[in-house]
Design a protein around this ligand. Structure first.
Ligand SMILES: CC(=O)CC(=O)C(=O)O
Ligand SMILES: [Mg+2]
Length: 223
């Protein structure tokens, strides 16, 4: 296909956001987490998207906002219970994404056995780059993704290090719920996640493909 998902025509590039966690061994290690035997995933609301030009706003309850740079896979065709060997036919393309995380909130949620929605699903928690049609990425498992804060390199990862491959993830998720055209799968963060403060500038990229910049703002209101 290689065309923009139809949602783009309505000014809304992508729809559901499905995030995969602990998909890079070194990131699981830095978080003190065990390697997953099966994909761990969670959802963000579609209102979590932000595009370049709009800021990332730290949620009022968060004291430790973390960046996680991740490759996003954009679904181009409905996928319901698809086998791995047909999964890539459902991909329209890719995007670079940030899985912004209220890390202190996530730690509290983990301790209490609560869901991660407050930590992962706040407004502006999913900055996304421009859409890259799949024809421009011959092998999505051979990409270098990186992230700098105020010009200093924080994360450098290679998508070849993913524990679960993109076809495996699409197949796995599509056996749990139907993936629709325009849905975006965040494939997990490599190591090097860390804090950002108000007025920091995050720059991130897929080497030789694209880069993007976002500014971090403090919340307008605290309660
Ligand atoms: C520990 C996490 O926050 C999981 C996650 O989002 C990841 O990318 O890994
Ligand atoms: Mg993540």
């Amino acid at each position: 296909r290689g065309v923009l998902p139809s949602g783009a025509a309505q000014g809304r590039l992508w729809q559901n956001i499905v995030c995969v966690g602990r998909n890079y061994a070194e990131h699981a290690k830095e978080m003190g987490s065990a390697l997953p035997a099966e994909p761990l995933f969670f959802l963000k609301p579609s209102s979590a998207y932000v595009r370049e030009g709009s800021p990332i706003v730290r949620p009022y309850y968060c004291r430790n906002l973390h960046h996680e740079v991740e490759l996003g896979v954009v679904i181009g065709r409905r996928a319901q219970a698809v086998p791995q060997d047909a999964a890539m036919e459902h991909v329209a393309g890719y995007a670079l994404c940030l899985d912004m995380t209220a890390r202190d909130t996530q730690e509290e949620c983990k301790k209490k056995g609560l869901p991660w929605t407050l930590a992962k699903g706040f407004g502006s928690s999913c900055p996304v780059s421009d859409f890259v049609p799949k024809e421009k990425i011959p092998d999505p498992h051979k990409l270098q993704i990186w992230l700098k804060v105020n010009g200093k390199m924080r994360q450098e990862g290679d998508t070849s290090s993913m524990i679960f491959s993109i076809p495996y993830l699409i197949s796995y998720i599509s056996h749990i719920f139907t993936l629709e055209e325009g849905d975006l799968i965040l494939t997990g963060s490599p190591k090097g996640v860390g804090s950002v403060e108000a007025n920091d500038e995050i720059e991130a990229g897929i080497r030789d493909v694209l880069s993007m910049r976002f500014k971090v703002l403090r919340p307008k209101y605290t309660f």
